[in-house]
Design a protein around this ligand. Structure first.
Ligand SMILES: [Zn+2]
Length: 289
């Protein structure tokens, strides 16, 4: 048995899973023996944010998300996460091997609550979101930043993020960290909202409503969904909003040790329950770092 498998199968106390987000030393009672930093545990949830000044914006962003989650009890639904979507996304994850799972940016934990396999961990910047998540899902939750994950290397065999990639402070730092904590051969499944190019938009509309035969009913349903999405986007405005094209998002993953093995979108057959402006990348971590 490989060392990583031994770690995966061990029943180490959960606190022993966390490392210092700045120097990656294993925390002892939520204190770093190397930096001497200590970390708060608030309402039973560890706050494991880095002290690196490059990420000082994280505190303000966390406060903004806290006020979003305090003001709305259904942020995920407002972002278009229907029960049908959750079932679909959970089934995509369910097909992949999973002993230990991490969700980056779990929000209110709706996806986390659907997953049945493996030991579950999740991070979010908002403690208010995590307080709601723990009512829904049984998982180890912490306030943390994707760019400085508080976990040892090669700890997870499955990592997911849903609509989070476009909100990272630094997509390269975050993806590099996700790669670090993913074991070789493990999978990262990332849903992101993308900017369709003019050609992609045209092709999408033709395949949706014109070919092989005109479908006015489907067009009306799309229009309704689009208007509802616009209304929700106004309701929940997120602090950082990057937009990538399908190719840019894929390249963002493959700049690291990840190979994109599948891309799920509405032009696939059978058509998955995804919005046309959403793409799901299934990426696999290679052997290198
Ligand atoms: Zn440290």
């Amino acid at each position: 048995m490989e060392l990583t498998e031994e770690i995966l199968c061990s029943s180490a106390p959960l606190a022993a899973m966390y490392v210092c987000p700045d120097c990656r030393t294993l925390l002892v009672d939520f204190a770093c023996p190397t930096c001497r930093s200590t970390y708060d545990v608030r309402d039973g949830i560890p706050i494991l944010l880095p002290s690196d000044p490059r990420f000082k914006a994280a505190t303000d962003i966390a406060a903004t998300y806290d006020s979003i989650y305090r003001g709305h009890s259904d942020v995920w639904q407002n972002q278009g996460r229907t029960p049908q979507f959750l079932e679909y996304f959970a089934s995509v994850l369910g097909q992949l091997p999973c002993t230990r799972f991490l969700e980056v940016g779990c929000g209110e934990g709706l996806l986390l609550g659907r997953l049945v396999k493996g030991e579950k961990f999740a991070i979010d910047l908002s403690i208010e979101a995590l307080k709601q998540a723990r009512m829904t899902a049984s998982a180890s939750l912490s306030v943390a930043l994707a760019e400085r994950l508080p976990f040892r290397s090669a700890q997870f065999d499955l990592i997911a993020s849903v609509g989070v990639m476009e909100h990272f402070l630094d997509i390269d730092e975050a993806t590099s960290e996700i790669c670090r904590v993913l074991r070789p051969g493990g999978h990262y499944v990332a849903l992101t909202h993308i900017n369709l190019t003019l050609w992609e938009r045209l092709r999408q509309k033709v395949s949706d409503y014109v070919l092989p035969w005109p479908q006015p009913g489907r067009f009306v349903r799309w229009l309704r969904a689009r208007l509802a999405h616009r209304a929700s986007a106004e309701l929940v405005k997120q602090p950082i909003q990057n937009r990538y094209t399908i190719r840019e998002a894929k390249a963002g993953l493959e700049r690291h040790s990840l190979s994109v093995v599948d891309v799920l979108h509405t032009r696939r057959s059978p058509r998955p329950p995804l919005d046309p402006w959403v793409v799901v990348y299934v990426a696999r971590r290679g052997a290198g770092r």
